[in-house]
Design a protein around this ligand. Structure first.
Ligand code: ADP
Length: 299
């Protein structure tokens, strides 16, 4: 299975939400990263065929998805961003309703509902109303409806929005478990959501796809740009005026800070450290220190 995104563009009035986006996907987990407003939801809505692009195509094995109709919908599982849940429905009734919309029925649907509830660890809450669910449970039931039809293409828009770290880890592990032999596209502005579960990471900025590569490869641009400095606390303001600070750790008589710099900061006790995805995100999106992101990943 191959999904090809071919020169996609989309505007809302004067706002250009997507600008000439092209890339190819096969099976695996793809993390779509970018700040709010980058165009992630727009791209996802076009891929699931909920939104019409102004130009370009989405092709599945060479066929424009707009030509495929119900055949394409059968392959898709979609978890949208908004939790537009039916609060008075029980979990089972909600899944039954969503299954019916996907053309499922009878014993097959009933068995599958039991299976997906088990997969998302909500069997005990099967008869509970969605209105009483926690944020994490709501996200899990939304994932459950997305995988009801065992889709080959699974699209998740901000699946961990509003969750505490424990629930976030649980959702992340669940996505890894269910992603076998599927194409999974997971949009988020939270680096940790995708850092260790994505085969490839895509970065969108202002509607443009600026990078698409495996985790290690995408971090190559940060080699020699991340340093740990040890200094006195009163030196902190000077450092923060000059460098992007990723983290600050205080110990008894000094502070250890992680900074981004194009060369080793000569005025401090510094040592280079291994870059992480969060460093790259800060490098690309810190408005105080703009960089030319478009030339950065050209190979
Ligand atoms: P993201 O999901 O990365 O936050 P979106 O795709 O939601 O980005 O938005 C991309 C840009 O398009 C933003 O500037 C946003 O304000 C704008 N936008 C999105 N949806 C609409 C809409 N329905 N009408 C007008 N502008 C929109």
């Amino acid at each position: 299975m191959e999904i090809t995104i071919n020169q996609l563009s989309k505007s809302y009035g004067n706002v250009k939400a997507l600008k000439d986006v092209s890339c190819t996907f096969t099976e695996g987990v793809y993390g779509l990263l970018g700040p709010n407003g980058a165009g992630k939801t727009t791209l996802i809505n076009i891929i699931v065929n909920n939104l019409e692009q102004d130009a370009g195509q989405v092709l599945l094995d060479g066929t424009d998805i707009r030509m495929m109709g119900a055949k394409y919908r059968e392959l898709i599982g979609f978890m949208p961003q908004q939790q537009s849940l039916f609060d008075s429905f029980t979990a089972v009734r909600f899944l039954g309703y969503m299954g019916t919309l996907k053309g499922m029925s009878g014993k097959q649907l009933k068995t599958r509902i039991d299976e997906v509830l088990e997969m998302v660890n909500l069997t005990d809450a099967a008869g509970k109303r969605l209105g009483s669910f926690s944020g994490g449970m709501k996200q899990r039931i939304l994932i459950a409806q997305a995988i009801l039809n065992d889709p080959k293409i699974l699209i998740l828009d901000e699946p961990t929005a509003g969750l505490d770290p424990r629930e976030r880890i649980r959702i992340r592990n669940l996505i890894s478990e269910i992603s076998f032999k599927k194409f999974v596209l997971l949009a988020t502005h939270v680096v940790q959501d995708i850092e260790f579960i994505s085969n490839e990471i895509l970065i969108l900025k202002e509607g443009r796809l600026i990078a698409k590569a495996p985790h290690d490869k995408i971090l190559e641009v940060m080699e020699g740009k991340v340093y740990e400095l040890r200094l006195k606390e009163d030196e902190l303001p000077k450092v923060s005026a000059k460098y992007r600070i990723c983290s600050i750790l205080k110990d008894s008589d000094s502070v250890i800070i992680r900074v981004l710099s194009d060369c080793i900061p000569p005025e401090y006790d510094s040592r280079p450290v291994k870059p992480m995805l969060e460093d790259l995100y800060l490098y690309l999106f810190d408005e105080r220190f703009p960089v030319d992101v478009y030339g950065l990943f050209a190979s």
